[in-house]
Design a protein around this ligand. Sequence first.
Ligand code: ZN
Length: 179
Amino acid sequence: MQTLMLTPWMAPHKIISWQRAVVLQFLDKVDVLETWDEELRGPSAVLKVPAVVRLHRGSVTTKPSVRFSRVNVFTRDKFRCQYCGIYEQPKRLNYDHVVPRVRGGKTCWGNIVTSCYPCNDRKGSRTPEEAGMKLLRKPFKPETLPVVPPIRLGEVALPDVWQPYCAGYVRAHVISASA
Ligand SMILES: [Zn+2]
């Protein structure tokens, strides 16, 4: 069993072990929002295993900066080609330099978008304007990421109890906690 940890501002943050969640609960670092049916029986108390916890404000001193990586770009773009809008599996996605590298485009949050292979081919080493292709959204550096993956991407369904908290963050593909 695992626990979904939310940031103080209610964004999915990470997936942690339930044991870790219990420790954080005892240290008063988190609020428990949802529990699993399983119970832990101690000598004096019965505790339900946390399914979703939320970090207290103050438990996070600084927002960690989101690392630039292929999978984080896909996650920011919700596994969606930013040109044609198709949702794809990670293996069918590529990342595209909006301003092509040969034109001095950098490999950074502000110039990289998720793209399917056909769109990537079509665009080639042109800018979107030159290729007559429109971006769904201008690329940006995200403040936080949905569920930081320590974790591998797969097609495993999120547990029901987590879903309301992940809605809008994870769509066609979810992050497999176990794998
Ligand atoms: Zn596409």
